[in-house]
Design a protein around this ligand. Structure first.
Ligand code: 6R9
Length: 658
């Protein structure tokens, strides 16, 4: 490092606030700081600004209907179709030849779908779904990796008014079955396999195994042939080849079905406090308007941009910010199938350079991995096409923020640190890149019109510098409407905690801890429930615990998150063997396998620690906090109030990091 570079590095390390570069502000979609006040004064009608980004088949009568709180309804009386908004209207505007999706397979092949191509294939697949018997409001499950047929299938479902439920391809067969059962879904679209770090992975066998656990009849299953001859697979009687079906319907014209604004667009399962995943319901009007609005105002997307959100469509980030938001705005969106380190650790930067990506959105866990690999990888590439960077999924530490700012953004791109959730549909707390000063490690103020606050246990706002909990005291268009078939759980999970008794004010509780500063910037501290965040993926510890306890030979288990340099948090399992299984050499392997079978490799534990007892309070509660500290290698506080303080040292001795 030269002396100049060293002093630059030192300056960067100390700098606590960064203003967006002039060159960015000059071209930004939203630059008037008055927008905060405007939304405040004009609430809820301010949300017409979001709705105006869409084309409505029938215009709405009411912006917000709050007659049945907390079952809010948005843009009621309005009718629209999401696939029309993402495709037809751009084609009608003369953008037929503009790239809609630029896909890159891990082995390096690419496919470009223009808006015209995408519309044609979506119509052909929509016709196929109809041939298979899919009707409006039938839930279609899509168990697919990052291949173009996934967004095609999503948009085809949207076109005919059939809600989709995408199940992340990394989830296990059991997880697929649980979600299909919960949603009574009779239709499945899947594929033969996909590539991961050079290997062809078999996906169809997993899908088939999952189907065995489905408790109702499943109609024809559509299988995309991703791997060709790479992996032999045979289709059973009710399985149909995607390419053949689409070829049969080539040139089909399928009118987009006019959906009520409040009709379900999709379901997305996510983890919560209990062992059962929750089916989050999102709607056609509010969700799409919100995804488009935040893509416009926060990601600053423009139709001529090439934009890349390096997430998986199997999670909400991919739904809102690979598919619906960018396509609603007519932007070109990049999709990449594989891992960032294959064939080498510069894969993403190679794509950014080649595709001249303008806006790039990823997770802090990825940034920490890039940092660990070193700046020599981005340095091999010209990243000057980038204009804006974003992060999502977990808190980003200032050091990773600054690394991203300097080595990826070349100190010329603002960074938006966007806090939101599956349930919120889109971004909620973040700076607006054309307006606000950025503070590394701090997401920023709530977006205009968003009533996010930091409160204490009683619901009173905390003062600057103090920690508390995030709440949201006003509804917003992208919010979940309910949990599928479970209005009661919707209320108990999200509203009961902070809403008044007999509620004349309803307050949404996202279960995140946070603090707030003098400028009203919110720093998210992480989940306060039994959810852990592994590499930006949300996992329920209770789900993992029930998988472990289901293993023969395990009597009791506690699962917690421990700090991890790259993943943010990692899974630690503490388990008590049943009598007679103590010292069983296979027990650990079976415990791990139990987790892989019930959830998938994302939940694979860092360590399984066997112990004759778990540390418990005198009232018999497992001391999870203590187990977290042990896993994280933290100093352990006073343990004398435990019923069984002796077990603590035994356990701590076994854990690698302590
Ligand atoms: C979009 C998404 C939601 C949880 C959320 C919070 C954490 C998300 C964050 C963040 C700090 C950010 N989270 N963004 N924490 N800073 N910018 O990730 O949805 O999978 O439902 O997870 O992720 O804890 O509650 P989801």
């Amino acid at each position: 490092m030269t002396q100049d570079e060293a002093s630059l590095e030192a300056r960067l390390e100390e700098q606590e606030a960064f203003d967006p570069p002039e060159s960015f502000v000059e071209q930004a979609n939203v630059t008037d700081p008055g927008i905060y006040e405007e939304f405040e004064e004009n609430w809820p009608d301010c949300w017409e600004r979001a709705a105006d980004l869409l084309s409505w088949e029938e215009s709405y009568d009411t912006v917000l209907d709050d007659s049945n709180e907390p079952f809010y309804e948005w843009f009621t009386g309005g009718e629209l179709n999401a696939s029309y908004n993402c495709l037809d209207r751009h084609v009608a505007d003369g953008a037929s030849d503009r790239t809609a999706i630029k896909w890159e397979g891990e082995p390096g092949e690419t496919r470009t779908y223009t808006y015209g191509d995408l519309l044609a294939e979506v119509e052909a697949f929509a016709a196929t779904l109809r041939d298979l018997g899919v009707e409006e409001d039938d839930v279609v499950t899509l168990y697919m990796p990052m291949i173009p047929e996934l967004p095609i299938a999503m948009l085809a479902c949207a076109r005919i008014g059939a809600p989709h439920s995408v199940v992340f391809a990394g989830f296990s067969a059991d997880a697929l079955a649980t979600r299909m059962n919960s949603a009574d879904s009779e239709y499945l679209v899947t594929c033969d396999g996909y590539y991961r770090r050079g290997d062809a992975l078999d996906h169809l066998s997993k899908a088939n195994e999952g189907l065995e656990g489905v408790d109702h009849e499943v109609s024809d299953v559509v299988v995309v042939d991703r791997l060709g001859d790479e992996l032999e697979h045979s289709l059973s009687e009710n399985q149909r080849d995607y390419d053949e079906l689409v070829a049969e319907n080539e040139g089909a014209s399928v009118e987009p079905v006019a959906r009520d604004a409040e009709d379900m667009l999709f379901l997305m399962y996510t983890s919560g406090t209990t062992g059962k995943p929750k089916g989050v319901k999102h709607t056609t009007g509010g969700y799409l308007a919100y995804a488009a609005w935040t893509s416009h105002s926060v990601l600053d997307l423009k139709p001529e941009d090439t934009y890349w959100c390096a997430a998986d469509i199997g999670w909400i980030t991919g739904h809102s910010y690979i598919v619906y938001g960018p396509l609603a705005l007519g932007t070109s969106t990049v999709m990449y199938e594989g891992t960032p380190d294959y064939p080498d650790k510069d894969r993403l930067w190679e794509i950014v350079e080649r595709e001249e990506v303008d806006v790039f959105y990823t997770a802090p866990t990825a940034i920490r991995a890039f940092m660990k690999w070193g700046e020599k990888y981005p340095e091999q590439h010209d990243l000057s096409s980038l204009r804006l960077l974003g992060t999502v999924g977990e808190p980003i530490n200032p050091r990773a923020w600054k690394w991203y700012y300097k080595h990826i953004g070349g100190e010329e791109c603002p960074i938006v640190d966007t806090w939101w959730q599956t349930e919120t549909g889109g971004m909620m707390i973040t700076t607006l890149p054309g307006i606000n000063t950025m503070k590394p490690g701090t997401a920023g103020p709530p977006l205009p019109g968003i009533g996010a606050q930091v409160v204490d246990a009683e619901g009173a706002e905390v003062g600057a510098g103090q920690a508390g909990y995030v709440t949201v005291n006003k509804p917003w268009p992208g919010m979940l409407r309910t949990l599928y078939n479970n209005d009661e759980r919707f209320i108990s999970e999200y509203w009961e905690e902070y809403s008044d008794e007999g509620a004349d004010e309803w307050v949404y509780f996202p279960e995140d801890g946070a603090k707030i500063d003098d400028d009203g910037y919110i720093t998210i501290l992480g989940r306060v429930d039994d959810v852990i965040n592994v590499s930006g993926h949300r996992l329920g510890t209770m789900e993992i615990e029930s998988a472990v306890v289901g293993v023969e030979g395990i009597a009791e288990a506690a699962v917690v998150g421990g700090d991890h340099e790259v993943k943010g948090e990692a899974v630690y399992v503490y388990a008590i063997p049943e009598d007679g299984y103590d010292g069983d050499a296979d027990l650990e392997e079976r415990a791990v396998q139990g987790i892989l079978d019930s959830i998938g490799p994302i939940a694979k534990p860092e360590e399984v620690i066997f112990t004759p007892e778990l540390p418990k309070t005198r009232s018999g509660k497992i001391m999870r906090r203590l187990l977290e500290d042990i896993a994280s290698g933290n100093e352990l506080g006073n343990t004398s109030t435990l019923r069984n303080p002796d077990v603590v040292d035994d356990i701590a001795d076994q854990v690698d990091s302590s």
